[in-house]
Design a protein around this ligand. Sequence first.
Ligand code: ADP
Length: 159
Amino acid sequence: MKIAVYPGSFDPMTNGHLDILKRAASLFDHLIVGVLVNNNKKCLFSPEERVDMINEAIQDLENVRVMHFNGLLVDFCDKVGATAVIRGLRAVSDYEYEVQMFAANYHLNHKVETVFLMSQPKYSFLSSSVVKEIAYYGGNINELVTPLIAEKLKKRMTK
Ligand code: ADP
C-alpha cells in the first residue's frame, strides 16, 4: 500500500491546499495530512482547530486522514509508514526553499521520496498569510477557503 504525507502548517488550509490534497489523494492509496506543530511559529489557530477545519472539508474522501505532528517530517513518515511526501509548488519563488527541504529530508532518509504537484494557476497567488491579511482588512475570502474556514477566520479577526 502506497502511503503519502502532505505536511504543512495549514494556518488555515486554503483552497490551494485543498486542491493539492485532493489530487494527491487520487494518486496514492492513502494520504495523511500532517499538520505541523511548531512552537517557534506563531499560528492563528491551534493544531486541533487546524485539524478540525481540514477534517470538515474532506469528509467525502475515504483515503485521507488528518493528524498533527511535531519533530522531523521523516520521523513522522516512518511512524505512519509513508514512503512519499507531497509538496505543492506555486511559483519559482517556492522552488529554492522546496529544493532545500527535499535535500535535507533525502539526506535523512533515502526511502522517503518527495513528490511535487503544481498549483492550478487560479491558486498560484494563494497562501494562508494572504488569506489572513485579506480577512484582517475585511476583504472577501469566500473563494479562497471553505465556508467553515471563512466563518472561523472572520470570527477570529474580530476578537
Ligand atoms: P509551510 O508552513 O511548510 O510553508 P504551508 O501550510 O504554507 O506549509 O503549505 C504546505 C504545502 O502546501 C507547501 O508545499 C506549499 O507549497 C503548498 N501550498 C501552499 N499554498 C498552495 C497553493 N495555493 N497551491 C498549491 N500549493 C500550495
